[in-house]
Design a protein around this ligand. Structure first.
Ligand SMILES: Nc1ncnc2c1ncn2[C@@H]1O[C@H](COP(=O)(O)OP(=O)(O)OP(=O)(O)O)[C@@H](O)[C@H]1O
Length: 722
């Protein structure tokens, strides 16, 4: 169990014999009164004390879960509470023990409040360098919680200004410099289980670089092993010793100031189950709240900004409020096609401690279960939102409108169908739902970056809910979490290809127009020495001719890239290549023509043989003249070479067909969702198979002809005598 990192999750499991492995965990063990030191602190410091103590708080667990170590003991001075009459009705207190439902609008229309348009002109106090300096001279946040910034100067990822206030000032001033989409990869360390299985760490990251290499061990058909290197480049790559503090600084910190300027920002973690998504995501909202409150109380002091907190999950396509006993929520679209989440509790918060409590409560309530790779797997998408609101005139007398929002999404663990054999039906259904939403998310990101008019938000509940975070002025940070062990290699490559896809979008590349630009992000598939016989293959850096044909699916494109490099075929796409053995055969010899029939002259054999011959497989051995104790004539040598080349080419065809079919089957399993154009995939697969089959048939015919001619030749030679 991932106790240390997953302190926030409900960890109760029945040990009843025969009970199914997979269990969803819903906590409904909230106590009415908070234990001392837990909710007590909340009561003491909460601005309005509107919210009932959220949980039976286990402070040790809480601290474990918050490994980022945000300064919980530091509390902001609460802004003076306006008189009741000054508050909006939804926020007005009716007594000391007001329940959240009395305070919530009930129907939370995230969009019915027009996003407030702040003046572009700086108002006095905004970017108040003097105030910031004065603040820094006094009690600093760093003083309040040394753990937060202790690591700051040891940051290997980038240098961060020591004075956090001036840092925020800079970032805020230059919102345009914050990338619209940022893709960061985080590698987790090998865990004990993987260590005991003697699994290798197959990911290498050069210090201070933004690239990583996956070393994939592959087997040839003759069962010899070889290693294929896949190199990827991203905005940032974080090694397994990078702390959660550094992750925060690299990912969320730069976008925090933008939400004061009408931006909807989203940070989500993506990756295989057990790769560290929750471990990575859990500390981020608290750290962000800390910085948001800092900005509210200093840079934006007296501007009337308010911070609101909500936390819900999407499980099995349904929405549940994680701060209201998993109350089921409905999503509705209003006349302006804006999403309303009916019944979601949204809490006004003004100190870090309260936010910490809410996060802890929400995490404990979240649905979890057991998967093959993670005993404590998130089976839902958890969405935590921090909304900045402000009333039009900056006072609290008028209803507050959303200015900006920061959403944190801890996506459910994705497992491939092939990995779910141990799991029950429910887990597989969950997995299908999860995969569907991840595909939908990718489609939306892609459509947005293509500036498509139609964004397929309706592809899943997740994308519907996130609609407003993606339209307009938005910022997205994706953290791709990867496991380092060899057993997760395929998953890791899939995650990195997904991330690569998002990354290529972030560069503004329209993949429909420019594949090579997307391809340039990945320096992939360098085959290591075991295949060094293929020395004539250009490395990707030397430039391989990537097809301009765009597949409907990113992974197909990636496969084309890989295929174009690893199959020794620099020109055609996978399918083009599959259709023509003759072209393939000639390409090995550096020929340019793809239309003329191959001729097997002496020079051809002599040139071709040396660079790529790998030996003759047993299945195709034929008796040679040496076998008969006879001396070979030069022509016989050539014929032997011809035979060998044919056999090798044949074997290569079979090898590639198996690889491609395997790859396609994998993708089919992953894409096995209704509406995912499975039929297209099946027909593509059939095309590949029939093209390959034709090529193999062709080779077999020619091999038989060759054999016949060789026999004739042998007969002739023996008739001539010694
Ligand atoms: N960077 C890291 N350093 C140390 N331990 C980590 C790191 N990342 C993850 N872990 C550990 O790995 C285990 C799995 O992590 P986590 O639960 O975050 O994975 P996940 O991707 O959220 O899984 P799922 O999708 O199934 O919920 C946990 O025990 C966690 O503590």
């Amino acid at each position: 169990m991932n106790g240390a990192a997953l302190g926030g999750r409900q960890m109760q499991r029945s040990a009843a014999p025969g009970q199914h492995l997979h269990q969803r965990q819903y906590s409904d063990h909230f106590v009415a009164e908070p234990p001392a030191g837990g909710g007590g602190r909340w009561i003491q410091h909460s601005g309005y004390q509107q919210v009932p103590p959220p949980f039976p708080m286990d402070s040790s667990r809480m601290w474990r879960s918050m490994q980022g170590g945000v300064g919980g003991e530091f509390l902001f001075a609460e802004p003076s509470t306006p008189p009741n009459g000054m508050r909006s009705s939804s926020q007005r207190r009716t007594g000391d023990d007001v329940s959240p439902s009395e305070l919530s609008p009930g129907l939370l229309d995230l969009h019915s409040f027009d996003t407030e348009l702040l003046s572009e002109k700086q108002v006095p106090g905004l970017y108040d360098g003097a105030a910031a300096f004065a603040y820094a001279q006094g009690r600093s946040f760093d003083d309040a919680d040394p753990s937060i910034y202790a690591n700051r100067l040891s940051n290997k990822v980038r240098m961060v200004p020591e004075n956090n206030v001036s840092k925020s000032f800079t970032a805020d001033k230059d919102k345009g410099s914050v990338a619209k989409i940022k893709v960061v990869v985080r590698k987790r360390p090998l865990n004990k289980k993987e260590g005991s299985r003697k699994e290798e760490d197959i990911i290498t990251i050069q210090p201070n670089s933004n690239s990583l290499v996956v070393h994939e061990t592959k087997l040839k058909v003759d069962l010899t092993e070889y290693v294929e290197k896949h190199e990827f480049v991203f905005d940032a790559v974080l090694d397994d010793d990078v702390s959660n503090d550094e992750v925060y600084r690299e990912t969320v910190e730069p976008i925090v100031p933008t939400i004061f300027q009408r931006t909807k920002a989203t940070c989500f973690a993506y990756g295989q189950t057990g790769s560290g998504k929750t471990y990575t995501m859990q500390p981020l909202p608290l750290r962000a709240s800390h910085d948001i409150l800092r900005l509210m109380h200093h840079t934006y002091r007296n501007q009337g900004f308010q911070l609101f907190f909500s936390f819900f999950e999407i499980y099995g396509g349904k929405l549940f409020d994680l701060l209201n006993d998993r109350r089921k929520l409905c999503m509705r679209e209003d006349g302006k096609q804006q999403v309303c989440i009916v019944g979601l509790q949204e809490y006004k918060v003004s100190n870090v401690e309260t936010i910490r409590d809410f996060i802890e409560k929400g995490n404990a309530t979240r649905s979890t279960g057991t998967t093959g790779a993670n005993e404590e797997s998130s089976r839902s998408h958890a969405i935590l939102q921090l909304a900045i609101k402000r009333s039009v005139d900056g006072s609290e007398s008028k209803p507050a409108r959303v200015v900006g929002k920061l959403s944190f999404i801890d996506l459910a663990g994705s497992e491939r169908g092939a990995d779910t054999t141990d799991n029950d039906k429910q887990t597989r259904i969950e997995g299908a739902e999860i995969n569907k939403s991840l595909l939908a998310l990718k489609e939306c990101i892609r459509a947005l970056d293509n500036d498509q008019v139609h964004i397929p938000f309706r592809g899943s509940k997740l994308t519907e809910v996130l609609r407003d975070s993606f339209i307009g002025d938005s910022r997205t940070v994706m953290i791709s979490c990867i496991s380092p062990n060899s057993g997760s290699c395929e998953h890791t490559l899939n995650t990195l290809r997904y991330a690569d896809r998002v990354k290529s979008l972030s560069k503004g590349n329209n993949p429909r127009k420019d594949v090579s630009a997307a391809a340039s992000n990945v320096r992939e598939s360098t085959v290591l020495p075991l295949l060094s016989v293929f020395s004539s293959i250009p490395t990707p850096d030397e430039g391989s001719d990537i097809s301009n044909e765009i597949d409907e699916f990113a992974w197909s494109k990636q496969m084309q890239r890989e295929s174009s490099l690893s199959s020794l075929d620099r020109g055609p796409t996978m399918r083009e290549e599959a259709s023509s053995y003759a072209d393939y055969f000639k390409d090995q010899r550096g020929r340019s023509s793809k239309t003329e029939e191959p001729t097997y002259s002496e020079e051809t054999y002599d040139k071709g043989k040396v660079t790529w011959r790998k030996g003759k497989p047993d299945a195709y051995t034929v008796p040679t003249l040496e076998d008969k104790g006879r001396k070979m004539e030069p022509q016989t040598k050539r014929k032997d070479a011809e035979e060998e080349d044919l056999v090798i080419a044949h074997r290569k065809q079979v090898e590639e067909t198996i690889d491609m079919v395997r790859e396609e089957m994998k993708l089919l399993v992953e894409a096995d969702q209704p509406g995912n154009q499975l039929d297209d995939y099946v027909s593509k697969l059939n095309t590949i198979l029939s093209q390959k089959a034709a090529g193999i048939l062709n080779l077999q015919t020619r091999l038989a002809n060759f054999q016949r001619r060789l026999n004739e030749h042998n007969v002739l030679v023996s008739s001539l005598g010694p």
